[in-house]
Design a protein around this ligand. Structure first.
Ligand SMILES: Cc1cc2nc3c(=O)[nH]c(=O)nc-3n(C[C@H](O)[C@H](O)[C@H](O)COP(=O)(O)O)c2cc1C
Length: 337
């Protein structure tokens, strides 16, 4: 087993519409040490809009990185200056998103073709903060699928001063594939990332893409500095607790009902702030994934969380609905497979 060496070895991926602050609060209960990332926020939204709406988070979420999308160094710098006041632990530049919308804004994965632009952003950002500025990228784009292409990109950023890279171990196809397909169709190439680490021993290299069990995480950590987990962490959040316990056996593994109980005060505070129950419970649907009664849990939460006046009693109701329905659950939970 790989030695447990602190928070940066397991990281939870930035995921739009998924890893909001409510989700991150839940993930922190499940994993005291994982490094969390926000959803991507565009620098333009922070620069022009209601920055507090995009930047506020709960103290419990540390260590936490803000992921920024953008390619205008002035806006990236201005967003960084605002983020700096909120006390994030890292600011990460998105060089991995392939969506049409992001490409039309000329940021995300298409920036791999213009490392100077990313380096300009990096340099403008580090003038505004002492927080580490990092980059999340792919191994290539379109027909630029070579060790040399990735090396040249990373080399440029290392010479600008960047000391941490998260690498999603597949290329992005900028035309013809949806963002979802871009997370499954281009094949994973972990070897390319391992090679990158051998070529750049100094900066931290974090691998991402397709990690779903302990054996894989142990294996990749033999080669790189950290493992970032995306869909598996969201769809089966209890995996995070098991992973934490795997690396940190002194940490007592809570059972799922303990986690639900620990969410109750948080849910109350969210409701008191005027948000609806469903904003939180939507991230808890997968908590019992693979367990007897998982469907009843999900069904109860989905049906009751959005009713007028729904409060935290919905969570106890969902737990109570499970044992009865567990008998009916002859099939394993397969919602996300
Ligand atoms: C719903 C969803 C939203 C995502 N949003 C972002 C994002 O905002 N920024 C980003 O860098 N990657 C985003 N990603 C990609 C993930 O961070 C990660 O790179 C990808 O899912 C591969 O890791 P996995 O196989 O562990 O899921 C998103 C992925 C999903 C499933």
């Amino acid at each position: 087993m790989v030695d447990y060496t602190g928070p940066s070895r397991v990281l939870i991926a930035p995921m739009m519409d998924w890893t909001d602050r409510h989700c991150r609060y839940l993930m922190r209960l499940l994993s005291p040490s994982a490094f969390l990332y926000t959803e991507m926020v565009t620098a333009a939204a922070i620069h022009h809009g209601d920055a507090d709406r995009f930047l506020r988070f709960n103290d419990e979420e540390h260590p936490l990185a803000l992921q920024l999308g953008g390619s205008n160094p002035d806006w990236m710098a201005s967003a960084t200056a605002k983020a700096n006041e909120y006390g994030y632990d890292e600011i990460n530049i998105n060089v991995g998103c392939p969506s049409d919308k992001v490409q039309s804004g000329q940021f995300g994965a298409c920036l791999m073709a213009t490392p100077d632009v990313v380096a300009d952003c990096y340099q403008a950002m580090v003038c505004e903060t002492d927080i580490p500025v990092t980059v999340k990228t792919r191994i290539g784009i379109d027909d630029q699928d070579s060790r040399e292409f990735l090396t040249a990109f990373v080399e440029r950023l290392v010479s600008a001063g960047c000391r941490k890279f998260v690498v999603h171990a597949r290329i992005a196809m900028l035309e013809g594939l949806s963002p979802k397909d871009n997370r499954t169709i281009p094949p994973l190439n972990y070897e390319r990332v391992y090679r990158l680490k051998r070529d750049f021993p100094d900066p931290e290299i974090i691998i991402n893409g397709g990690l779903v069990d302990f054996a894989q995480v142990d294996e990749v950590l033999q080669h790189v500095d950290g493992a970032m987990i995306g869909r598996q962490a969201y769809q089966q959040p209890y995996f995070l607790a098991e992973l934490e316990h795997h690396f940190n056996p002194d940490w007592t593994l809570p059972d799922r009902a303990d986690i639900v109980a620990q969410m109750l005060p948080y849910v109350e505070s969210v409701l008191a702030g005027g948000e609806s129950l469903g904003r939180v419970t939507r991230h808890m649907l997968g908590l019992y994934a693979g367990q007897p009664g998982a469907r009843a849990w999900r069904r109860y939460l989905s049906q009751h969380s959005y009713l007028d006046g729904a409060g935290s009693e919905v969570l106890s109701g969902a737990l109570a609905a499970m044992p009865v329905a567990a008998e009916e659950d002859s099939q394993p939970d397969d919602r996300y497979r």
